[in-house]
Design a protein around this ligand. Structure first.
Ligand SMILES: [Zn+2]
Length: 134
């Protein structure tokens, strides 16, 4: 088993240190250790997530968050991330990550005038559509 991806204490402490301008920043090593531990759990080995989390408090907070505030914010970030997650592959040229693309087709039905119909077609890069009841 490799632990190489685990975020280093140095990185975690570094990021925690960005909060030291905020009121209530923990000066005691024991309290900092609690924060580092919390950050490690919340970041879940994602350096980007860790940096984004700390940046949010640097930009928005007046007082230094405690573990509970960090957890709360991390949960909100994950929720927002899931909502924005594109359906398809962002690299896909067909749909540009939307997971579907617009198709136009000519519909010809007996006894009706032919017409053009547009619709969204599920792109091959997206997971299969869940079956809808109808
Ligand atoms: Zn696609």
């Amino acid at each position: 088993m490799s632990w190489s991806k685990t975020l280093s204490d140095g990185l975690l402490r570094n990021q925690l240190g960005r909060l030291d301008q905020l009121q209530g920043y923990p000066e005691l090593p024991a309290r900092q250790q609690v924060m580092v531990k919390t950050l490690r759990q919340l970041a879940d080995n994602s350096r980007t997530f860790l940096v984004d989390l700390i940046t949010w408090f640097v930009d928005n907070a007046q007082t230094c968050p405690g573990p509970a505030e960090l957890q709360e914010r991390a949960r909100e970030m994950r929720t927002a991330h899931q909502e924005q997650k594109p359906l398809g592959n962002p690299e896909c040229e067909q749909c540009r990550g939307l997971g579907y693309y617009i198709v136009v087709r000519r519909v010809t039905l007996p006894r009706l005038e032919a017409y053009w119909a547009t619709g969204a077609k599920r792109c091959g890069c997206a997971p299969p559509e869940e079956k809808k009841e109808n």
